[in-house]
Write a protein that binds this ligand. Sequence first.
Ligand SMILES: Nc1ncnc2c1ncn2[C@@H]1O[C@H](COP(=O)(O)OP(=O)(O)OP(=O)(O)O)[C@@H](O)[C@H]1O
Ligand SMILES: [Mg+2]
Length: 249
Amino acid sequence: MTTTLPRPTAAPATASTLAEPVISMVDVGVTYPNGKVALADVSVAIAPGEYVFLVGASGAGKTTFIRLLIRDQLPTSGRVVVAGKDLLKLRRGQVPKLRRRIGIVFQDFRLLPNKTAYENVAFALEVTGASSATVRRRVPQLLNLVGLHEHDHHLPTQLSGGEQQRVAIARALVHDPAILIADEPTGNLDPVTSWEIIQLLIQINELGTTVLMATHNQEIVNAMRRRVLALEHGTLVRDEAGAAYEREY
Ligand SMILES: Nc1ncnc2c1ncn2[C@@H]1O[C@H](COP(=O)(O)OP(=O)(O)OP(=O)(O)O)[C@@H](O)[C@H]1O
Ligand SMILES: [Mg+2]
């Protein structure tokens, strides 16, 4: 007799969990030129549509992990495959195309200071040769998605931190990426604003984008109960679905 296994609540066995991983690392190590081992023997596979937290103390290797995915850093050993591309085999000329498949946001927003919210998002499209018709259609759509249509003519200095992060998220989404990576996106924000940004990331995830978020924010990780990857001194010490910030066993 066959029994039906109950579905785990945190990571439902949807078709997407059976699909090709959108991010895969096999035995990955990174040693920086000064001899610092930032990552060692990291193996992980992330399916399309997942929302994954990357946690660990300062210096554990979270940003290095992220730099690998955007090919800002090549692995010293092992294999990294992102959106179907083996990054060690990727030719230099193919890197911009890979980066369009990955949106990224940072703790410090990194907006262009002399451009308005609208222009910051538009610029990301223009540099890849988008037509002015595309820019006019797409930018308001994205600002609307992140809830920022009213302040589109404001410079970054005229926006709050949370609003700046919304612009950065809109900009990260211009090419409709498969993956949105956020490196400590709430690190400069107060708790209420942090939650607003998390709500936005959840909404984007629900629209189908894989989200990988490095964070020190225990409260958010504990409340969300998603998959947690925990790094310790460059080693992946925990990969757990529906998990808390700290190990619970
Ligand atoms: N370019 C580099 N050259 C040498 N060592 C580096 C370089 N970048 C990072 N490191 C070292 O590698 C280790 C991992 O750094 P990483 O920035 O990945 O940590 P992190 O988990 O993102 O930390 P934080 O939470 O503070 O952002 C640290 O010991 C760091 O000092
Ligand atoms: Mg970091």
